[in-house]
Design a protein around this ligand. Structure first.
Ligand SMILES: *Cc1c(COP(=O)(O)O)cnc(C)c1O
Length: 435
């Protein structure tokens, strides 16, 4: 089928996500035929570098031979079985290995299918934890300004991105937001840790007043993704952990984007030396292969549900919970981390890429150039409203997939990126900023 025919049929039959379909008609869809490491290859054989790891999911490039082999092997054994009343080795092994990897003692793994459903689970679990503990009035949630936790109704209730939220606001739970520890808010002479301290004071003021009705605080540790790769100092997480302990509020770490090495450590919370009560994982979990998510809980949370009474158990299920193919892809991802010293190799690559981006960082239109682990971001001064579209098109014309968030350009490449690709990408980004 020709690219044009595929585009036309897609516009008719597929309702694309996060897309005004009418505007999409003027911006040709990219029909992707196959993937090859960090490259996407379209139907005409044109190669596009996946600079944002396909919405932050793809850790080790497309069609990785070792992940492919694991999924193919599992395909010949068991494609799926329900996880209520049944179990299987991939789900068990993955739960055990995740528990060993995440900070703290989060030994009870609840599976779901995507990031938003993991967040829904963390919210329901937090509420039900307190209810089972005789404190049913603890029903509220606190999130940070600019937070993004997904777009299903519960997850959207703790999301603070106007574009996704405002239209559906009448349907949402009333949640509270507190100041973001956004390091860009530093006054002259102030450090990112100072900003974190100030934001923690705002959290404390909120909890001092509302702790009795608050079930949990949910945060994206170190980097708030969808609102513009907003970075903060690990100090915030330490202070937030202490405040949650003091005020009897659960701490939910949404590591859906930042998990699995993206910030330089396997999990972002490690950099603060803290452990949450619940951790949400998805996106990179299967290396971008299959939809899977997990919420890992402490003994304390799990224990509050452990009872003879059915209704005190956690009442939640998804049809594809713990899908064996997805679990095997995730196990292959963990094998890559274990066998290839990915964190050390990423640290070297990150230093090299930061160097390659020096001219971008020094560009007169670039503000707040920031970097953590395998994430780079900056804001473009005086970006016109259509900047995300024009920048996307300009980069794509040069063979690079970029998807700016408002005036923020970010790079989140697959970990298989090579030095010559970094230099080329830096040049493309510079050209895009020069537009
Ligand atoms: C993407 C994302 C989600 C939602 O995950 P989906 O799989 O898209 O539902 C939740 N939280 C964070 C931090 C995310 O980046």
């Amino acid at each position: 089928m020709s690219s044009d025919a595929l585009r036309a049929r897609s516009l008719r039959a597929v309702w694309h996500p996060c897309t005004q379909m009418r505007l999409q008609e003027r911006l040709p869809l990219v029909p992707v035929a196959r993937g090859e490491g960090p490259w996407l290859v379209d139907h005409d054989g044109r190669r596009i570098f996946d600079g944002i790891s396909s919405w932050w999911t793809n850790l080790f490039g497309h069609c990785h031979p070792r992940i492919n082999a694991a999924v193919v092997d599992q395909l010949g054994r068991l494609e799926h079985v329900m996880l209520a009343g049944f179990t299987h080795a991939p789900a068990v092994e993955l739960a055990e290995r995740l528990a060993a990897l995440v900070p703290g003692n989060l030994g009870h793994c609840f599976y779901a299918s995507d990031g938003s459903s993991a967040v829904e689970i963390a919210l329901k679990m937090s509420f039900h934890f307190w209810r089972n503990g005789g404190r049913p009035e603890k029903t509220g949630f606190v999130a940070l300004e600019g937070s993004y936790h997904g777009e299903t109704l519960g997850a959207l209730s703790v999301t603070d991105v106007a574009l996704y939220r405002d239209t559906y606001d009448p349907l949402l739970m009333r949640c509270r937001t507190v100041a973001s520890p956004d390091a860009r808010a530093a006054a002259p002479g102030e450090t990112a840790a100072d900003v974190a301290g100030r934001a923690a004071q705002a959290l404390e003021a909120h909890l001092a007043e509302h702790h009795a009705s608050t079930a949990a605080l949910i945060v994206e540790p170190l980097v708030q993704g969808a609102s513009g790769m907003v970075m903060h100092d690990p100090e915030y997480l330490r202070l937030a952990r202490a405040l949650c302990d003091r005020y009897d509020v659960l701490l939910v770490a949404d590591e859906i984007m930042v998990g699995f090495g993206r910030t330089g450590t396997v999990f972002a919370c490690e950099q603060a030396g803290i452990a949450p009560d619940l951790i949400c994982l998805s996106k990179g979990l299967t290396g971008g292969y299959l939809p899977l998510s997990a919420v890992l809980a402490t003994d304390r949370v799990f224990g509050a549900f452990y009872d003879d009474e059915v209704a005190r158990g956690f009442l939640h299920s998804h049809s594809y919970t713990g899908n064996p193919l997805a679990c095997r892809a995730a196990l292959a991802v963990l094998d890559l981390f274990a066998e290839d010293d990915v964190l050390a190799s990423n640290a070297a690559k990150a230093a090299r890429f930061t160097e390659a981006l020096a001219r971008v960082a020094a560009h007169p239109r670039v503000r707040h150039f920031r970097h953590r682990g395998m994430i780079w971001a900056f804001d473009v001064a005086d970006a016109p409203p259509d900047f995300p579209r024009t920048a996307f098109e300009a980069a794509l014309a040069r063979g690079l997939l970029l998807r700016p968030l408002g005036a923020t350009v970010y790079l989140m490449p697959p970990y298989v990126i090579e030095p010559d690709q970094m230099d080329w990408i830096a040049g493309v980004v510079e050209a895009v900023v020069d537009l």
